[in-house]
Design a protein around this ligand. Structure first.
Ligand code: HEM
Length: 225
């Protein structure tokens, strides 16, 4: 028995309850590499499909669209981390938020690159002309450009330099980026009067942003005795 009165065995005992246990497991050093492996899989499968010529009759379109879909999906997952943490008590998943944000940016960059390279032959003039001509491309470009400062400040030294509060304020741009990505997708599908998929993303994004607005409004309510 230790001097404090707590036995060594009791001190070493794992936390009781499913949530504390899951929190402990999720902090295991192997989890982050596994997360990145998972995050790299959709891009890997799409690139492999392109190399093997298995992306259907229009591989360029399939590649651009596939990467665009994953950019929007990862945006939603990144925005879902804070509410999920609040509802479940799984505090350790907050450690994934920055990784998910960086992965979203990387997918957005691959999406942009595959469009610029395979669709526009890296012709800067053609690119600028397309951005000016097609509003959905303009909105997509604005959303991607807005992700740049977030990606550039996603490492520890930048957070230290900016200070936690300013870093958090800057990263609230993510809400506008999500709305921009949604508008980009909506505009693309509106031309074909196909709103099925867009409605699902809209429901998810409005719910995740609405939850934040609701919490913000609640926090401003005066506390009654
Ligand atoms: C946050 C940034 C962005 C997000 C979330 C996003 C998301 C998407 C989504 C979900 C699609 C539709 C995929 C489908 O039809 O299944 C798409 C298509 C597309 N996006 Fe983006 N995108 C972004 C930025 C950009 C940028 C910067 C460009 C180029 C400058 C771009 C160009 C395109 C093109 C060319 C298509 C396909 C159009 C077609 O097939 O006719 N996107 N994007």
């Amino acid at each position: 028995m230790a001097a404090t009165g707590v036995s060594t065995a009791a001190r070493r005992a794992p936390p009781k309850g499913l949530v504390p246990r899951l929190n402990g497991w999720l902090l295991h050093p192997v989890v982050k590499p596994l997360l990145w492996l998972l995050l790299a899989m959709p891009a890997g499968l799409l690139l492999w499909g392109a190399i093997q010529n298995q992306l259907g009759p229009n591989p360029t379109e399939a590649l651009i669209r596939g990467l665009g879909d994953w950019t929007l999906r990862l945006l939603c997952v990144t925005l879902a981390i804070t509410p999920l943490r609040q509802w479940t008590g799984l505090n350790s998943i907050v450690r994934w938020r920055r990784n998910l944000g960086v992965a979203t940016f990387l997918y957005g960059t691959l999406h942009w690159l595959s469009y610029a390279w395979f669709d526009q032959n890296l012709d800067l003039q053609a690119l600028l002309h397309d951005v000016a001509k097609r509003p959905f491309i303009l909105v997509g470009t604005a959303a991607w450009l807005a992700m740049l400062p977030l990606a550039l400040t996603s490492f520890n030294a930048a957070i230290k330099r900016l200070g936690g509060k300013r870093w958090q304020a800057l990263h609230k741009t993510m809400y506008a980026i999500a709305l921009g990505g949604l508008l980009h997708f909506f505009w693309l599908r509106a031309g074909k009067h196909n709103f099925a998929e867009v409605s699902v993303y809209a429901a998810v994004i409005f719910f995740l942003l609405g939850w934040r607005v609701w919490r913000w409004l609640r926090s401003r309510r005066p506390v009654t005795a």
